[in-house]
Structure formats: C-alpha cells, structure tokens
Design a protein around this ligand. Structure first.
Ligand code: GUN
Length: 299
C-alpha cells in the first residue's frame, strides 16, 4: 500500500516557516509582507479560494487586502486597480483570481501585474526565469511549487537525476511550469495530454506521475508504475446523491486503485490543494524579503 503524502502536514510545515520568517523580517526591518487578492464576479469555487487565501495571510502575520469587484467591472477599471497595487509599497504580492469574466482579457490582466509582485508566476518575465532555470529570482506558480515540495519529501531528495517524470496536462498554470520544475530538478520529463497516443503506456513509464487534467478519476490503477510517486492535482466535483452536499470531491486519479500500486500518493481532498495557498504565502514573503534587500528563505 502506498505511503499517503499528507497535504495537511506538509502545508502546515510550510506555513510555520512562513510565520517564523515573517516575524524575523518584521523584527529586523519593520517591513510587513502585504498581499492583495482581486476577485471579479461571484464564482463560488473562486470565492472559497479567495477567502482561504485571506485567512492564511492573516495567520502568517501579513497585511491582507481583498478586492471583491462585481462581474460587470470593466477591463479598464481592473487594470487601473492593478496599476494602483503595483505602486503601493505596502503590497508585495498581487493575485487576480482566475477565471475572470469573458469580457476581460486575462492575458492583459496577467501582464499588467508587476513581475516583482506577480506571486502567481504567470507573467512572461517569471515564466522566462523559470524556463531558463533562474529559480532564485523567479516567482513559480503555486500549485506546481507545492507539488515539488511534496515530491521532494516523498522521495527524500531534491535531486531527481535518473528518474522519469510524466506530467499529464499542459496548462500554463500547472502542466507547463510543473514540467519545468521537474526538469530543473534533473528529472527526464514528458508532457502528455489529450492528444497523446497510448496515454496509459506513457503513464506506466513514470517514476513520478503528475495528473493535472481536470477529469475525475481518469488515471486508472494499471496506468501507474509499481512504486511510483503519484501527485494528483485534480479537484473535481462529482454527483453523490447519497451525501449531504449532493457531491463528492475527487482527483484525476482513481485513488483506491492507484494506492495499491504506487509507492506514494497524494489524496484528494487533503493533498496538493492545501499546498497551493501555503506556497502563495511563501512567495509573498519572498517578495517582501526582496523588497527589503534581505536574503529570502527557500521552501
Ligand atoms: N485559478 C485557479 N488556480 C489559480 C491560481 O493558481 N492562481 C490564480 N490567480 N487563479 C487561479
């Protein structure tokens, strides 16, 4: 039976370090890390994420502001707010929750955020830093960054030399940055996706299998190489009429089957999802350290 990689425990370790390093930064420089989260519209999953970001930020000792804008907010007004946050010295991290409503160009919004405050790591500058291996100055997207922390803990090493990694999914938020982080850690990386031929066979080659496709329980037990480290990024709601809420949350991996084959595996819920917010706090602290001219901690 696979070892369960517990997001609750690992995220709590990250948050403890963020808290301690924040207290140290404030003590030494008087500078308090500040994060601004912007949400446009009423999407209920997004509202949930945004609330948990605000809560965690306060627990870490940050200044935390949340801008809740109505769905009909114009692109120009959103860009103006981002400009103001870029110029605000008390804010070190800016996050615009995606998706934004259709009448707003998300590409324009992402590139409007100062790369020095882009704690999501979505701007061209930060994507370029990551892909050229300049991890010391990059902001790295939070979900892949959190997945890497889990992989390093599960395998007990920072160096993935000789290991094959398969990332299923090629999104800009998870798949592509995940592949680049694995590559930077010396893994041999394949990015698979909906057009990949014989996906099960490709997955079976993976010592590290990262599922980020957004399809409930798509990855079956017999797609998993015995002993592999399986990271399930999926968060999917499926109907469950027999439960109080009427739905269940499952990952992209058939957990029950995969845990019989894998060496280690993240559950859903209770896995990668908890790491994402913790890594956002880590990135905001790192940004504040850079602004203060202090060496930033690593996570
Ligand atoms: N929506 C889903 N994931 C993310 C994320 O990592 N950052 C932002 N800004 N929006 C998201």
């Amino acid at each position: 039976m696979a070892e369960r990689i517990d997001g609750k425990i690992i995220a709590a370790q990250v948050l403890e370090k963020v808290k301690a390093e924040t207290a140290k930064l404030v003590g030494e420089t008087g500078l308090q890390p500040g994060i601004a989260v912007v949400i446009v519209g009423e999407d209920s999953a997004s509202q949930f994420y945004v609330r948990s970001k605000g809560k965690r930020a306060e627990e870490c000792g940050f200044k935390s502001v949340t801008h809740r804008l109505p769905a009909e907010t114009s692109e120009a007004d959103l860009l103006k707010l981002i400009g103001e946050l870029n110029d605000d010295d008390t804010i070190h991290g800016i996050l615009v929750q995606l998706p934004v409503p259709d009448h707003i160009d998300d590409g324009k919004v992402i590139q409007a955020i100062s790369p020095d405050k882009d704690v999501d790591g979505f701007s061209f500058v930060n994507v370029g830093r990551l892909t050229t291996g300049q991890l010391g100055s990059a902001f790295v997207p939070c979900t892949p960054a959190g997945s890497m922390v889990m992989i390093r803990q599960a395998l007990g090493t920072d160096d993935l030399s000789g290991l094959s990694a398969v990332v299923v999914g090629r999104s800009n938020i998870v798949g592509k940055p995940m592949a680049n982080l694995l590559l930077a850690a010396n893994a041999t990386v394949t990015i698979a996706h909906s057009r990949t031929k014989d996906l099960p066979a490709v997955c079976r080659e993976a010592d590290i299998l990262v599922a980020a496709v957004g399809r409930p329980e798509m990855i079956k037990g017999d797609w998993v190489k015995p002993g592999a480290c399986v990271i399930d990024v999926g968060i999917n709601r499926v109907d469950a009429p027999d439960t109080e809420k009427g739905y269940r949350v499952v990952g992209d991996v058939d957990y029950e089957a995969a845990e019989k084959v894998a060496g280690s595996i993240t559950p859903v819920p209770g896995g990668v999802g908890l790491m994402t917010v913790a890594m956002l706090m880590a990135s905001t602290l790192i940004s504040a350290c850079r602004a203060a001219g202090k060496e930033a901690p690593t996570f």
